[in-house]
Design a protein around this ligand. Structure first.
Ligand SMILES: Cc1cc2nc3c(=O)[nH]c(=O)nc-3n(C[C@H](O)[C@H](O)[C@H](O)COP(=O)(O)O)c2cc1C
Length: 356
């Protein structure tokens, strides 16, 4: 059996294979609402055979969006369309997960294809961003507001309310976004977090917000359903968050019943040098898995069936997250099964296209 196609049981959920669609912002929403773009985008990847499909960063509050066009889960009205999409995904044998996110100081930006720039808070489609400290991501940008204790309570309440909506919509899995320089990562990192209260300074203080968000989510999320956390395993920057910090965090998160760490990197330091090459982040998934004992996901420049299969076979990670390759080919899992000589069930409508 191809290792990539071995099922993975986490709590009461079984993924039919080890292929997850990595979260990918589509910048195609109005006021946070999912629409037919999301149905086709996510739905076609369920048809294509992925075991797990995680939505793009789904904002827990309007001010937590990266752009005004982000997907959101901050209003009850968002639930209805999400439910249609999730039902479709589940009908086609994949598991639907949501990535709960808050952009922090990286909020209030233009869509990438319109230049990606920060929109000043006094301009249309702009708003004041928030962060652990009033330090902008890029020096020339408008500085964020430093969150006070009441604001932090609101962030936690927003994650909790979003979790309730995720349950109502039918998601079976949650991934908390603590990576890529967004709010929770901003708290984790000594580069962006210069607070002097109990949320800044020591490692224990910087991880506090993440742990409190995990607790807030767990207050409502069913015990039997998986909870993942995506982290930036390293900031690739002297004086920043390191892979050893990630191992220490993973041990704490494992004790808090987090099931899997999705091991990405970077995103919090504007000019960090990232040594891009195929599978460049797999080493972090392997290190965190081996040194903390938690399940891990590998992501980043994984593009071929053999590469993905080998990562699972070698025990370097438990799940493969694919982003851009899934955009190039929504049917990557069906093709991978063929190339690895593994028999999988095709959607009946497509059976005549099966490779013989
Ligand atoms: C269009 C696009 C949107 C993305 N949006 C998100 C996102 O919403 N949340 C997230 O954690 N990562 C996001 N990412 C990062 C991917 O999930 C993934 O980690 C990264 O692209 C590396 O994987 P790849 O080499 O398979 O593309 C995005 C990537 C792309 C290409």
């Amino acid at each position: 059996m191809a290792h990539l196609f071995s099922p993975l049981k986490i709590k009461n959920i079984e993924l039919k294979n080890r292929i997850a669609v990595s979260p990918m912002c589509e910048y195609s929403s109005e006021d946070g609402f999912a629409n037919d773009w999301h149905l086709i985008h996510l739905g076609s990847r369920a048809v294509g055979g992925a075991g797990l499909i995680i939505t793009e960063a789904c904002a827990v509050s309007a001010e937590g969006r990266i752009t005004f066009a982000d997907l959101g889960i901050y209003r009850d009205e968002h639930i209805e369309k999400l439910k249609t999409i999730i039902d479709f995904i589940h009908e086609h044998g994949a598991v639907a997960g949501v990535q709960l996110a808050h952009a922090g100081r990286k909020a209030s930006h233009e869509k990438p294809w319109n230049g990606n720039k920060q929109i000043p808070s006094n301009q249309p489609n702009g708003w004041k961003s928030v962060a652990p400290s009033a330090i902008p991501f890029i020096e020339s940008e408008e500085a964020p507001l430093e969150l006070d204790k009441a604001d932090i309570e609101k962030v936690k309440a927003d994650f909790k309310a979003a979790t309730k909506r995720a349950i109502a919509a039918g998601f079976k899995l949650i991934e908390i976004h603590a990576a890529h320089g967004y709010l929770i990562h901003q708290f984790l990192s000594p580069i962006s977090n210069k607070r002097t209260d109990e949320y800044g300074g020591s490692f224990e203080n910087r991880i506090r917000l993440l742990l409190e968000v995990v607790e807030a989510v767990k207050e409502v999320w069913p015990k039997e359903n998986p909870l993942f956390v995506r982290i930036s395993s390293t900031e690739w920057t002297e004086g920043g968050w390191t892979a050893n910090d990630s191992v220490a965090l993973a041990k704490v998160l494992k004790d808090k019943s987090i099931d899997l760490i999705d091991c990405s990197s970077g995103g919090n330091v504007a000019h960090s040098k990232i040594p891009l090459k195929p599978g460049y982040q797999v080493e972090f998934a392997e290190k965190i898995k081996k040194e903390s004992g938690i399940l891990t996901g590998a992501v980043g420049l994984i593009t071929t069936p053999y590469q993905a299969d080998e990562i699972i076979q070698e025990g370097e990670a438990d799940l493969i997250f694919l982003a851009r390759e899934m955009l190039r080919d929504p049917h990557f899992p069906l093709r991978a099964a063929h190339e690895l000589g593994h028999e999988v069930k095709w959607p009946v409508q497509y059976e005549r296209a099966k490779w013989q």
